[in-house]
Design a protein around this ligand. Structure first.
Ligand code: NAP
Length: 405
């Protein structure tokens, strides 16, 4: 059936939703892709239209995520729902359920592993039957990781005819900020995990997102302490997003039928420097992360922190977004010959979590709307659904590049 819109941007009035809307306006206007904005508050949507000078051809749809009927009515008009309504575990479940039931493709920015697990287990069969292609983690978590690994493995296969047995992701430059929505999502996850130990088990499981019954690999728990990495001749520290990204990369391997191998290993870290200063930096980063986790797991301290941190709707300044950037260094290790290791870089302009994320998410939605997914209905990862499409689109449109060193 013909749809009124290619893409529905749900949560357009939020911090990230506004950036997505601005990107869609600048990159696609209203002629190439038919898109509309949606949210729960009509006057905020109208104010956004005025602020971004969106023309009358951009429609506003009203739906609260707690109103399944209004949601279904809005979602049924679109080919793809792009949603930034989070925390997703609090506001996102009905959106996924409606997309899966109505055969509408879906992409989001969640990093809430336990919620993704729940959505996969609850709606996979429905999405398969309806043809809805559901893709979580389409922002800084986890596109540079998932697509970076896909890129390295592709190079390794094309150059040496085998997959890399181990890919290492090292965040080497990272400048940006956090929004209230992201902090709210992180705090909400800690709060739920404190109440329900099974949630903590899912979050801590290195294969927590793999398809049920698929074989596990060789990876263990996430890194918590400083280590010396001989491949990069540097000290490394824990990386803040590793507990999300690593699960997504491992799920991609399983969903694609293990092209990286059944004994494939993947890990992430922050690259420090060589020498004693590198060790001290790695130790301080690890302590800082453990401190934050400890503080946010205590209800009272969580409440106190939230009083001083950005609130939902707030985020980094325009200047921080524009001047932000990131570089990820990757090494794919050849199974038997160290001269054949592949080194690569993923670089992004603008700050990772918002400027770059809003462009990556938009490009995922456009790729889904234009039929570029290589899979049928179901729950997929960015690499398994849109690997080659994103390797073309992101450098061309979104300032994210993938290069061999
Ligand atoms: N993975 C990544 O790289 C990445 C990067 C950025 C953000 N994120 C995630 O994206 C999400 C959004 O972040 P943000 O900073 O943009 O948050 P935000 O500014 O708080 O925006 C949240 C949006 O959700 C809407 N909303 C809240 N409750 C709703 C409901 N019941 N029905 C309909 N809409 C509702 C809000 O509408 P109102 O405007 O009416 O309040 C707003 O538009 C968070 O979960 C965050 O963790 C992830």
């Amino acid at each position: 059936m013909a749809k009124e819109f290619d893409i529905l941007i749900f949560g357009a009035t939020g911090f990230t939703g506004r950036l997505v809307t601005r990107y869609m306006q600048e990159q696609y206007g209203a002629s190439n892709v038919r898109w509309a904005i949606a949210g729960r508050n009509e006057s905020k949507l109208n104010a956004l239209k005025t602020e971004l000078s969106l023309g009358d051809d951009i429609s506003c749809l009203i739906a609260d995520s707690s109103d399944p009927e209004a949601l279904r009515k809005a979602i049924s008009k679109a080919r793809v729902v792009l949603t930034t309504v989070g925390p997703y575990a609090r506001y996102g479940s009905e959106v996924v359920a409606a997309c899966a039931a109505l055969g509408v493709h879906y992409c989001d920015l969640t990093g809430e592993v336990h919620w993704m697990r729940k959505m996969i287990d609850s709606h996979e069969e429905t999405a398969r039957q309806s043809g809805a292609c559901i893709v979580h983690t389409c922002g800084f978590d986890s596109i540079p990781s998932d697509l970076g690994t896909y890129f390295v493995q592709k190079l390794m296969r094309e150059t040496h005819g085998v997959p890399a047995k181990h890919v290492k992701y090292r965040a080497s430059e990272f400048k940006g900020g956090f929004s209230g929505g992201t902090l709210d999502s992180m705090m909400a996850m800690m709060e739920q995990a404190a109440r329900d130990p099974s949630i903590m088990m899912t979050i801590a499981d290195p294969y927590g997102l793999n398809p049920k019954g698929s074989p596990r690999g060789l990876d263990g728990p996430d890194r918590l302490t400083p280590e010396y990495d001989n491949d990069f001749r540097s000290w490394i520290a824990p990386f803040v997003m590793a507990s999300i990204n690593t699960r997504v990369v491992r799920r991609s391997n399983a969903l694609m039928g293990f092209p990286y191998g059944r004994d494939f290993r993947y890990d992430e870290a922050t690259l420090m420097r060589d020498g004693p200063l590198g060790f001290l930096g790695a130790a301080a980063t690890g302590l800082g992360m453990r401190g934050m986790n400890g503080l946010s797991s205590q209800a009272t301290l969580r409440g106190l922190m939230q009083r001083f941190l950005p609130k939902p709707g707030e985020g980094p300044s325009e200047e921080t977004i524009e001047t932000g950037h990131y570089t990820i260094e990757l090494i794919g290790k050849h199974p038997s010959d160290s001269d054949k290791h592949i080194r690569a870089r993923v670089r992004g302009d603008k700050d990772p979590g918002y400027g770059s994320t809003s462009k990556m998410l938009s490009e995922c939605a456009v790729a889904l709307a234009q039929g570029e997914a290589v899979v049928e209905g179901g729950f997929w990862t960015p690499a398994s659904a849109l690997g080659d499409a994103l390797l073309n689109r992101l450098p061309e449109n979104a300032g994210v590049t993938f290069e061999q060193d």
